[in-house]
Design a protein around this ligand. Structure first.
Ligand SMILES: N[C@@H](CCC(=O)N[C@@H](CS)C(=O)NCC(=O)O)C(=O)O
Length: 228
């Protein structure tokens, strides 16, 4: 098995955390030719990271989409279970993963694309969208401290890297966007538990380190571009 990507991606970090919690060794390799390149598209036609290459029933086969990769790892290595068998708990952890992708992740992009001139209307709009998305997540979380119960599952692996990304990229630069882990709501308690977890906390620290390096590189590149 081989994972294509870089842990600086929150979607890759989802899979890495899931594998770490399962105790699976997952060798990682950069996407050959880079994300979106023709060379990489020959492996993963979407051009996105992560992709998991496995020795499947038909030789080397690729699995795309971070949550589907987690599903595959769960099916191939059922223990410890990170997608609960109990139907309601399973629905809850899946909802948190899905809602992260649908109602949180996309709101990051317009703010990231904003140049040095602040667009106050856009900031207010994105702040409201984030608040709505986090409201959904808090409403659908199960009994804590984790998304469902007393250990991390799929939903935790999906949401936590985005919280780090937003802390580095959005909450720090746009105080109008409320950090849901900073108050005293359910996500604040959850965030403490995630950071304190011996495995998940370590994956998160690794992700943050690589993300900070990546963001520094990106900001320097954009500043150079703006400077001509
Ligand atoms: N829905 C995908 C999203 C993956 C994704 O958007 N990855 C980004 C990196 S954070 C990417 O590969 N972007 C390059 C591109 O879209 O060409 C998943 O869950 O795996």
């Amino acid at each position: 098995m081989k994972l294509y990507g870089s842990i600086a991606s929150p979607y890759v970090a989802r899979v890495v955390m899931f594998a770490d919690l399962k105790g699976i060794e997952l060798p990682m390799e950069a996407a050959p030719g880079g994300m979106g390149s023709d060379e990489y598209k020959a492996i993963n036609p979407t051009g996105k990271i992560p992709a998991l290459q496995v020795d499947g029933p038909h030789g080397k086969q690729t699995i795309a989409e971070s949550t589907v990769i987690c599903d595959y790892l769960e099916a191939a290595h059922p223990q410890p279970a990170l997608i609960p068998a109990e139907p309601m708990a399973q629905a809850q952890t899946r909802m948190i993963a899905r809602m992260t992708d649908l109602y949180v992740a996309p709101h990051n992009t317009p703010l990231n694309r904003m140049g040095p001139t602040r667009d106050e209307a856009l900031i207010a709009q994105q702040a409201a969208l984030f608040a709505t998305g986090f409201g959904y997540i808090e409403a659908f979380m199960g009994p804590g401290p984790f998304v469902v119960g007393d250990s991390p599952t799929l939903g935790d692996c999906a949401l936590a890297p985005f919280i780090i990304m937003l802390k580095e990229n959005i909450f720090a630069n746009f105080p109008e966007v409320a950090d849901p882990t900073a108050g005293d709501g359910g996500l604040a308690e959850w965030w403490q538990a995630m950071q304190a977890h011996p495995v998940a906390g370590k994956t998160l620290a690794h992700y943050e380190e690589e993300l900070v390096k990546f963001l520094k590189w990106l900001r320097e590149k954009m500043a150079k571009r703006r400077g001509g």
